[in-house]
Design a binder for this molecule. Structure first.
Ligand SMILES: CC(C)(COP(=O)(O)OP(=O)(O)OC[C@H]1O[C@@H](n2cnc3c(N)ncnc32)[C@H](O)[C@@H]1OP(=O)(O)O)[C@@H](O)C(=O)NCCC(=O)NCCS
Length: 205
């Protein structure tokens, strides 16, 4: 039995605004059917080339070969400021949709599913196997077209291992996301959130 008290506590621990509420922040692609690709032929060829290049030239490289990996990422359109770190076992779906700032870190097995834009600011960390998912579908249309929403990870934020971040979410500066958390809302700066669904654990300032 869930008491009124525990229900009240749960509500009071809700954090941030729901990201999917702000529909204007989402891009919907034109797709005649669920089986039609939202991408142009050129984009599909580039994605294929990117997969090949990462496997052949980067995925096997030792951890310190970061600058070498950044060369290839830059060639494929990633926007790089200063020297971010991209682990060799990280996965980047579409590099030209990814922006990383100085000392930002995409860790071991982290997945930047960048169908839409992802921006990771200075000193922010995306830990092992965390998943930044910028894509969903408009399920109320028969063709279920692709929808994307930008994910922003603020300066010095930390996303714990195996956390899942939904499309359109902004993680505020200095915020901490607990391991294995599901993040559907914007996370306020300098707060810790965790759990599935995530809830506010503490304010850090
Ligand atoms: C989120 C985190 C930073 C919180 O640390 P903390 O501020 O010291 O918090 P506490 O350990 O005191 O836990 C506070 C509460 O949150 C809960 N909690 C902590 N982490 C949680 C998580 N990841 N998921 C769900 N609940 C979590 C605790 O169970 C506790 O709940 P309770 O008060 O009901 O007992 C930490 O637990 C975490 O997940 N760190 C990331 C680990 C990681 O990703 N490592 C890999 C990279 S090195």
């Amino acid at each position: 039995m869930q008491s009124n008290l525990s229900r009240t506590l749960k509500v009071s621990r809700v954090y941030g605004e729901r990201a999917l509420n702000r529909k204007e922040d989402f891009k919907t692609y034109n797709q005649s059917s669920a089986y039609a690709s939202p991408w142009s032929l050129r984009q599909r060829v580039l994605m294929l080339a990117w997969g090949f290049v990462w496997t052949v030239f980067c995925a096997w490289t030792p951890k310190p070969f970061n600058r070498w990996r950044l060369i290839w990422l830059r060639l494929f359109g990633m926007k790089i400021y200063g020297t971010p770190f991209v682990h060799q076992a990280a996965r980047i779906q579409i590099p030209w949709n990814l922006t990383m700032h100085d000392r930002a870190c995409l860790g071991d097995g982290a997945f930047a599913y960048s169908l839409g834009e992802i921006e990771i600011f200075e000193d922010a960390t995306v830990a092992q196997q965390a998943y930044l998912c910028t894509g969903t579908h408009k399920f109320n249309e028969p063709s279920r077209p692709l929808q994307t929403g930008k994910i922003t990870v603020g300066r010095s934020a930390f996303i714990g291992a195996r956390a899942f971040v939904m499309p359109g979410v902004t993680i505020g500066e200095g915020a901490i996301v607990g391991a294995c958390s599901l993040i559907t809302r914007h996370v306020d700066p300098h707060t810790t959130v965790a759990g599935n669904p995530a809830h506010l654990i503490r304010k850090l300032v």
